[in-house]
Structure formats: structure tokens, C-alpha cells
Design a protein around this ligand. Structure first.
Ligand code: ADP
Ligand code: MG
Length: 834
């Protein structure tokens, strides 16, 4: 049996000492042979001695040297799991957690009951689990439940060079947990593993560890890789260029696997399809070629539009700010390890956009079969595993991958790398906190990592689809994620971990202090943090503001994978069945450019006319989507709802989008985000049983009113008031709005359906600056809602010269006997009873 006999606990006077037992592992001869080729095997003794002698060890080694698969085995054999306690390994990517647990189980000839994995929505851990691979987000959740992580003997933080936000926070947390465990006489070993250099942020950070932990270097055999740059300036159509490059390699160069780096799942599928068409031999097509052309029903469409003109308003109470879904805190193991869009779980829609040029495919006359495999995070594990198996005899392997193949997974037998030089990354809008995925250039470190994939087994070649001049302009390393993300999101997460004094947290690379303070302020205003008492000196008050504990509402908000403003909207939306609408609105706000742009300069007279026609059609449609009455006051958000509903009703076809001025890709993205958010909501409100009907009915008049209130509650700091006639300072303020955040006049964007209506109070999604400052994503709100729904932004009595930052009286409530209520920029508001 492979199971170790339960050994006597390795209690000793020297707690960091080596465990007393040796646990045999029964490996197959082939596995043993393959292992012996790995550079890390030669270092086993050095590594184990360092681990036995030190609580914290850093291991650096080239990708593919065997860190992830072998170090857990070293520890297991050395008896680290033989008494109570298991080995935990964190990965920033789900795909790595799953795939590595399977590989290690296989190498050790143990079942998944013993070598298991846990990712956000699934896992196969058991009572017998001794080696557990997980995403960093999962371990972070475990810290919330058990700060000492008592069930672990060893924690390995893998891929630390990726500097994912959760990995960074975990390292900060573990720098405190390790000494605590030492004190308790239950020592915990921490091993940080990293592919590239630049570990100084961890080792030379005095705030982090007392003393420098030893850094072990694993020297990998790396064969020379010849790098070929493109001469031309980089192309927009890098997908097409990849296709041509692979065709050339396949036709002209000697045998050896090809690895192509693209940026996302859709591109990967598209290129796979093109390559299979060009070099046909496989009958088994992979998933994703879904041709679900649902028929557009004109009749249904008409009914849908009609139904939105339904009337009947009733008088309404307000939404209840205290009514939010309450989560059991120990629920779930959420991780937010999404690095690229295809890492986002929760959607079952497998998108395959195609390139639009699929008809004029180059047909190959080559008879050599090409074995084409896709690789990306959301690919089913069985399909992922294919890349590790040798290709069918007489074929050449070609893996088309996202950057999961950069450092997380090492594919055997690769001799040629085709690098498009791009990566899909999440970006955050500074004003709105809205995240979006954008394709950008990679860093030099990434480019070199990608090239290195070609030289694992023999000398190789890397084809970079960009010039060396462009390469020289790449940043050296990409900045740690934590310095790029909006911190309000991060702070909320840390508060959910009960880390109250975020400013004192030992970040490997801290975010700017002002950013932390601003985030805390916003979270207090949103009600996600408990407000400190307004007593004592200003200084004390300010200090208290920087260490507020999380509120129950904050806990709910922390579970949604969106920025806190939107999370608050979601949290309030269980009332009056508003959730499906809020989910759609949040998804649509997250996706940029829903509508086609028709204002671009045209090449010819003829085109000008055509664009004008299309624009006219879009404006007309937007007016229809905006609905009437109360729906119309929801403004641009109603247009979003209407557009998504109408599009889904038509089956979300490229044709429908084309005819109605919608961006097809945006609509698909919205569909996916809706799926993802629905899953997230269902995992929070386990009783909600929410199902998002793609073909959503328009909201009722009442729901539209509630939605406006919900939006106001979430976007409270994005409130604007039209400048009144008597306040007109000069002409530049005509039709202008005054916001709480800016001194300059801002205007409703001409593309907004509320452009002509000029409601007195509006909330906006974002401000863009072109010729003027324009608000986009505008909804009208009623002034009497503001003191009721935004108490932290209001104050009483006289308008203040310089209104202080938001505060509210002890109760946090506004009472009606107060004479006047003012928004924090001294707009007088109607006094209301709350
Ligand atoms: P590192 O973590 O240092 O990058 P790994 O431990 O991931 O290295 O990989 C070591 C070796 O194990 C690589 O050569 C890789 O190809 C191989 N390997 C990893 N997973 C599998 C698998 N599922 N099947 C076959 N080989 C694998
Ligand atoms: Mg690894």
C-alpha cells in the first residue's frame, strides 16, 4: 500500500527540524526515468536541507525545471505529511491547480483522494488528502476561517513571479502566520517558488520577513533558442500572421512541436479552426464550434417591443437599504484568479467568434498532418491533458495557447514558438472602477519566457511577430497586479479577511497610501465599512477612518466579482426581483462600446450617406429601447437593457447586431458576463435559484423606479445636478451640470437618450473628456431620494462654505425634523423622513 503508516508525531525540541519518517513512493519506471531528467532532481538534497533548517525558503528555477511537480513529492517523501498536517500548493491559475494535481497524483501513483485540488467552483479533496493544489484565492478564503492555517504543515506559493494580487496578499499574510505558528510550537514551512528573477521584492523587503530567507537557484538545462523578429511594424491582424507563420514552419522546417501564443479563447479557437482546415486530417473537432444560429422570429420581436410599451405606474415605496442578501460567511471558496478573460468561470457559453475572413482560407497542399490542439484556462481538463501526450505518430504537434503556456504549464516537445507579443489583461477605469479586458503588449520578461518554451528538449526557434524596435519598447517586467488594480476592491477583500489596518499590512509592493485612504472613504460611504464614531479630535477620527471594520453589507459585497459600487447595486437588487436587470446593467456597463461608432470620417460621399443612415437607425432604435414613462427615466441604462433584451430575443446574431448598430462582440461579452454574475449571485444567495433568461422581459414601471434608486445607491458619488438659470455664471455653464467630484461644467453626452431632457438630478457611469467633459451612462434620479438613499453624502443645517468630507450623525440616519438637507456640494435637497 502506498499509504504511510501513521507515524509517531515528529515532536521534537527543535521545531523546525526534519520530520523523522521517510515515506516511500511507488513510481512506475517510466515516470522515474522522466523525473530523473528534471534539473530539480539533482537539487533534492540541497532543497530539503534548506527547508528543514529554515521556516521560509525561496526556490527559483526556469519554467519546466520541475518545481511544481517535484517539490511536493520531496516533501511527502521526507515525511512532512506523515503526522497531522498536509501540504498546500497555491497557483494563480485554475488550470495549473487542476492539471498539476493530476500530474503529481499520477507520478506518485496515488489517487486524487490523496493528491487533490480545489478551485473556486470545484475540487476533489477528501479526508485523506495530503497534497492539495489550489488557487491562491481559495487559500485566502481559508485564512478567513482559520488564520493559522492549522491543517497545513507546508504552504508552497507557486508562480510568485506572476505577482497576482492574491499571491502578494498571501505572502504578506504568511509572513505573519509563520512566526505565529512557530510560537505555538506548530511550525509551518513556507516555500515561495518563482520562475524568473526579481525575487528581491520578497527577500529584501524588511517589512515582510525578519532576515533574508535563503534563495535556492535551480539551474535548468536550456537549449539555445534563435529569436527571429518580424521586420515590419506590428500588424493588427496578428491572428492572421500567426496562421501564415505556422503554415510556413509546418511546410518548410524540420519536425518539432509548434507553440503559438495568442491572447484569448476566441482567438485560439479561430486559429485552430483555420489550421485544421488548412491541414485537414482530424475528424475530431474540439468544443466551441457552436453554430447555434437560433432563428430570428419577427413576430416575437414585435411582441417584445410592444410589451415594453405597456403602461401603468403605481405609487411606490423606496428600496430598502437594509435589504441585502446575507451570506453565511463560511460559504464558498471564491477565488478571483481571473488573469485573462477566459479564466473567468461561471459561463457555459463557449464563444468562438471567428475572424470574419474564414472563407478565403489558404488551402495547403502539404500532406504532412498537423495535430492542432487548443489550450486555455477554461478548456475542460481532459482536453487540456491532451497537450502533454505525444502527438499521433507521423504528425506534428501544434498547440495554440493563451499565456497559460508561458510559465504555468510546460508542454513537451516544443521546438518552435510563435509569439504574437500580446496578452489580454484586465484594466480598470480610474473614474468608474469598471474593469475591461484589453489586449496589450507583453513585457520583455514575458517575451523571453515565451521564447524559452522552444528550448526545453533541443535547440529551438522563436518567431516574434513584432520588430526588435518594438521589443525594446516593452516594459522590462509587468508591474505587480496590486499596483494596477483599483484598491477599493482590494481593501474590501482584505476587510472581509478582518484585516482592519490595511495601511500597516506588509505588502510585497504596497499600493500608494492616498489610494488606500480614498478607497476606505468610498467604502465607508457605500456602507461596506462600519463608520468610526465621530468623536475625538480630527486626527483621531482620520486614523479611525483608516481602520474601519467591515459591515454585514460589505461582506455581501465582497463576494461579488465586480467593483464595490456595482457590488452594492447587486446586493440591493434582490428586492422586487430586480436582480436580473441589475446583473444585465452591470454587465453592460463593464463592456465598453456597446454601439457601433458611426461618427467616424468617411472615405467617400457614398459612405458618408451610408454612415448617416446607420446612425439614424441606431438613434431610432435607442429611442425604442429607452421605453417610456418611468422606464425612460432610467435613461441610458434602460437603453442598455433594451438593447441586450432585443438582441437576445433575436438570437444574438451578427445580422441583428449589424442591422441595429450593436457591436456583436460586445453583445457576446455581455451574455458571458451575465452568466458569470448569475453564478456568483447564486453562490451567494444559495436560495435565490436565479436563472438569467437571456430574453429578459423589460422591467415594469415600478421596477424601473427601483432600479433608478439602486443605481443611485451604488453610484452616489457620481451624482450631478443641472445648473439652474439663476446660478448661470456664464455661457459655458449653459445646460451644464455640477458634479461632486469636479469643479468644471460637465454635460450629458449627445449620444445619451437624456441629452435633450436635461433632468435636474442625474447619476452617471463615467465622465469622458473630448471637446468638453461629458457624462455617459446617465440615469435620472429624484431629489427626494438622495437624503434617503445617500445619507453619508448629505449633511444638515446651513450650506457650508467648504463642506467637510462626507459624514452623517451618530445614527447614520436623517431625521425629518431637521430643516434642510444638503448634498455635500451644498445642493439643497428636500428634507425627507427615513
Ligand atoms: P516548473 O514548475 O519548474 O515549471 P513543472 O514541475 O511544471 O516545472 O514541470 C516539470 C516537467 O513535467 C515538465 O517537463 C513538464 O512537461 C512535465 N509535465 C507536467 N505536467 C505533465 C503532464 N500532465 N503530463 C506529462 N508531463 C507533464
Ligand atoms: Mg511550475
Amino acid at each position: 500500500s502506498h499509504q504511510a503508516a501513521p507515524a509517531a508525531p515528529a515532536a521534537s525540541s527543535k521545531p523546525s527540524c526534519k520530520p523523522a519518517v521517510f515515506v516511500p513512493v511507488d513510481r512506475s519506471p517510466e515516470i522515474q526515468e522522466a523525473r530523473l531528467k528534471l534539473p530539480i532532481l539533482a537539487e533534492e538534497q540541497v532543497i530539503m536541507e534548506a527547508i528543514n533548517e529554515n521556516p521560509i525558503v525561496v526556490i527559483c528555477g526556469e519554467t519546466g525545471s520541475g518545481k511544481t511537480t517535484q517539490v511536493p513529492q520531496f516533501l511527502y517523501e521526507a515525511g512532512y505529511t506523515s503526522s497531522n498536517g498536509i501540504i498546500g500548493i497555491t497557483e494563480p491559475r485554475r488550470v495549473a491547480a487542476v492539471s498539476m494535481s493530476q500530474r503529481v497524483a499520477k507520478e506518485m501513483n496515488l489517487s486524487h483522494r490523496v493528491v487533490s485540488y480545489q478551485i473556486r467552483y470545484e475540487g476533489n479533496t477528501t479526508d485523506e488528502t495530503q497534497i492539495k493544489f489550489m488557487t491562491d484565492g481559495v487559500l485566502l478564503k481559508e485564512v478567513q476561517k482559520d488564520f493559522l492555517l492549522s491543517k497545513y504543515k507546508v504552504i508552497i506559493i507557486d508562480e510568485a513571479h506572476e505577482r497576482s494580487m492574491y499571491t502578494d496578499i498571501l505572502i504578506g499574510l504568511l509572513s505573519r502566520i509563520v512566526p505565529l505558528r512557530e510560537k505555538k510550537g506548530l511550525p509551518l514551512k513556507l516555500i515561495i517558488m518563482s520562475a524568473t528573477l526579481r525575487v528581491e521584492d520578497f527577500t529584501e523587503n524588511t517589512r515582510l520577513f525578519a532576515g533574508t530567507p535563503p534563495v535556492l537557484q535551480v539551474d535548468a538545462r536550456q537549449f539555445p533558442v534563435t529569436v527571429h523578429f518580424n521586420k515590419k511594424t506590428p500588424l493588427d491582424d496578428y491572428s492572421g500572421e500567426c496562421f501564415r507563420k505556422v503554415c510556413k514552419i509546418h511546410r518548410m522546417l524540420p519536425s518539432g512541436g509548434i507553440l503559438v501564443f495568442l491572447t484569448g479563447q476566441a482567438e485560439v479557437h479561430s486559429l485552430c479552426r483555420r489550421l485544421r482546415k488548412a491541414f485537414p486530417f482530424q475528424k475530431n473537432s474540439t468544443a466551441g464550434d457552436d453554430d447555434d444560429e437560433r432563428k430570428e422570429s419577427v413576430e416575437e420581436m414585435r411582441k417584445f417591443k410592444k410589451s415594453r410599451r405597456r403602461k401603468k405606474a403605481t405609487t411606490l415605496p423606496r428600496i430598502n437599504l437594509d435589504n441585502y442578501a446575507v451570506v453565511p460567511v463560511d460559504e464558498g471558496d471564491e477565488d478571483r484568479d481571473a488573469e485573462t478573460d477566459d479564466d473567468i468561470a461561471g459561463s457555459d457559453v463557449d464563444l468562438d467568434l471567428g475572424d470574419g475572413d474564414s472563407e478565403e482560407e489558404e488551402k495547403s497542399d502539404s500532406s504532412l498532418p498537423l495535430y492542432v490542439l487548443p489550450l486555455y484556462s477554461l478548456l475542460a481538463p481532459e482536453k487540456q491533458a491532451k497537450v502533454f501526450r505525444p502527438p499521433p505518430p507521423g504528425t506534428r504537434l501544434c498547440v495554440v495557447a493563451t499565456n497559460v503556456a508561458e510559465t504555468s504549464l510546460t508542454i513537451p516537445g516544443i521546438k518552435y514558438v510563435v509569439d504574437c507579443g500580446k496578452v489580454k489583461k484586465r484594466f480598470y477605469d480610474k473614474i468608474t472602477g469598471v474593469s475591461s479586458f484589453r489586449v496589450t503588449w507583453i513585457s520583455q520578461a514575458s517575451a523571453n519566457q515565451r521564447a524559452g518554451r522552444a528550448g526545453r528538449t533541443e535547440p529551438g526557434h522563436c518567431y516574434r511577430l513584432y520588430s526588435s524596435a518594438v521589443f525594446m519598447d516593452f516594459e522590462k517586467f509587468s508591474a505587480p497586479e496590486i499596483t494596477k488594480r483599483p484598491v477599493e476592491d482590494l481593501i474590501l477583500q482584505m476587510k472581509a479577511l478582518n484585516i482592519e489596518k490595511v495601511i500597516n499590512f506588509p505588502f510585497p509592493t504596497p499600493p500608494p497610501t492616498e489610494a488606500l485612504a480614498a478607497a476606505e472613504e468610498l467604502l465607508i460611504a457605500l456602507g461596506a465599512l462600519k463608520e468610526p464614531p465621530m468623536t475625538g479630535r480630527l486626527k483621531e477620527q482620520q486614523a479611525a477612518k483608516l481602520s474601519c471594520p467591515i459591515s454585514p453589507l460589505g461582506r455581501v459585497m465582497a463576494t461579488f466579482p465586480v467593483a464595490p459600487r456595482y457590488a452594492k447595486m447587486l446586493a440591493l437588487s434582490r428586492q422586487h426581483d430586480c436582480l436580473p436587470y441589475t446583473i444585465t446593467i452591470v454587465s453592460a456597463m463593464t463592456v465598453r462600446e456597446l454601439f457601433e461608432e458611426f461618427d467616424r470620417p468617411a472615405a467617400s460621399e457614398e459612405e458618408t450617406v451610408k454612415l448617416k443612415g446607420k446612425k439614424g437607425r441606431l438613434v431610432q432604435m435607442q429611442r425604442i429601447w429607452a421605453g417610456q414613462g418611468s422606464l425612460q427615466k432610467l435613461g441610458d441604462l434602460m437603453v442598455m437593457l433594451g438593447a441586450v433584451g432585443a438582441c437576445e430575443y433575436s438570437g444574438c446574431t451578427p445580422k441583428f447586431c449589424e442591422e441595429n448598430g450593436l457591436r456583436y462582440k460586445a453583445m457576446l461579452e455581455i451574455r458571458r458576463l451575465r452568466g458569470q454574475l448569475t453564478t456568483a449571485v447564486n453562490s451567494v444567495c444559495t436560495d435565490a435559484g436565479l436563472y438569467v433568461d437571456p430574453k429578459m422581459k423589460p422591467p415594469t414601471e415600478a421596477q424601473a423606479t427601483y432600479l433608478r434608486q439602486i443605481v443611485l445607491a451604488g453610484l452616489g458619488d457620481h451624482l450631478a445636478r443641472r445648473v439652474q438659470a439663476e446660478e448661470l455664471l456664464d455661457d459655458k455653464w449653459k445646460n451644464a451640470y455640477k458634479t461632486a467630484l469636479l469643479d468644471d461644467p460637465v454635460f450629458i453626452h449627445p449620444s445619451s437618450v437624456l441629452f435633450k431632457q436635461l433632468p435636474e438630478f442625474v447619476v452617471y457611469q463615467e465622465i469622458v473628456e473630448t471637446t468638453k467633459l461629458y457624462m455617459k451612462g446617465v440615469s435620472a434620479v429624484e431629489p427626494e431620494w438622495i437624503p434617503a438613499l445617500l445619507p453619508p453624502y448629505c449633511h444638515f443645517g446651513k450650506p457650508l462654505e467648504n463642506p467637510p468630507p462626507s459624514y452623517c450623525p451618530e445614527t447614520g440616519r436623517i431625521r425629518c425634523h431637521r430643516p434642510s438637507v444638503f448634498y455635500r456640494v451644498s445642493w439643497q435637497l428636500p428634507a425627507v423622513e427615513v
